[in-house]
Write a protein that binds this ligand. Structure first.
Ligand SMILES: C[S@@+](CC[C@H](N)C(=O)[O-])C[C@H]1O[C@@H](n2cnc3c(N)ncnc32)[C@H](O)[C@@H]1O
Length: 267
């Protein structure tokens, strides 16, 4: 499969910012920034920044004397991030190889990216390396699929209508949902001070079709799964019934979402 053009990546990032950020990700930026105890004047790095919702929240707190940097491998995400917050330092790169000197940040934050890193241990070691002594690392990951029934229902629907690969693509964001898996990962990476807490929020989509279509057209292709148009049409039809219990009378979809915040201190 050929790489999408930069314009296609920017279009996808604009769609991400317009739909997924308000529906899912936006509310977590304040929780992560609170846990990181961001103060005016601090130097803060947002890893896997996407379109920058967390970096923007952090920049409000560090103020004009602070330094906020965001790093992500996606040029499309970074283009949108730059348009929304030109004052933040946006860098293209991966968590496994951070282009910053040792001890250059007072806090390192990251929400909903760790599950996608190719080498999670190396990424955690890198995030600790760039933290100054006394600095804080805060990482958010989704809770397990068992705790988020709406997505569990959508996974079942995809398994029945589009097969295992499509269902696995939708399972991927939730694979670090177990406390045991998370604790083991951080311990293996040498992060001895990690503490895990679980937090609660809500997802809000304008409707069932919007939610499922965004996953079918926006998320599955990112995971290497492209469905045919007639199959997408059939799944959207079946989704109306499969997810009906999460829709309000006005047709909006709202459901409980939980996530784990892992907090660690650099000694
Ligand atoms: C679900 S998005 C979360 C974006 C953002 N943190 C937010 O809350 O909206 C996951 C992000 O992880 C990024 N990503 C994937 N692999 C990465 C890696 N190895 N290093 C850094 N970022 C990565 C993707 O490009 C994507 O922007």
């Amino acid at each position: 499969m050929s790489e999408p053009t930069l314009q296609a990546q920017i279009d996808a990032a604009n769609a991400y910012e317009g739909l997924f950020v308000p529906a899912l990700f936006g509310q977590w930026a304040t929780k992560v920034a609170d846990a990181a105890q961001i103060q005016p004047g601090q130097r803060v790095l947002d890893v896997a920044c996407g379109t920058g919702i967390l970096a923007r929240e952090v920049a409000l707190r560090t103020g004009s004397n602070g330094r906020v940097a965001g790093i992500d491998p996606s040029p499309g995400m970074l283009t949108v991030a730059k348009q929304l917050a030109p004052a933040v330092e946006w860098r293209e790169g991966v968590a496994e190889s951070l282009p910053f000197p040792d001890q250059s940040f007072d806090a390192v934050v990251s929400q909903f990216g760790l599950m996608f890193f190719t080498d999670k241990h190396q990424a955690l070691r890198e995030m600790m390396r760039v933290l100054a002594p006394g600095g804080r690392l805060v990482i958010a990951v989704w809770d397990s699929l068992d705790s988020i029934p709406a997505y569990a229902s959508e996974v079942v629907l995809l398994e029945q209508t589009a097969g295992q690969q499509a269902a696995d693509a939708l399972r991927a964001p939730f694979v670090l949902g177990s406390w045991e898996v998370l604790a083991t990962l951080f311990a293996e990476a040498g992060v001895t001070s990690a503490e895990i807490t679980t937090h609660h929020g809500a997802a809000k989509f304008p409707g069932i079709q919007t939610m499922v279509e965004a996953d079918l057209r926006g998320w599955l292709p990112v995971m290497g799964v492209s469905l045919a148009e007639d199959q997408i049409g059939r799944i959207l039809q079946e989704a109306e019934l499969a997810l009906s219990s999460y829709a309000t009378v006005e047709g909006q979809v709202t459901f409980h979402l939980s996530a784990h915040l892992v907090t660690a201190k650099k000694f």
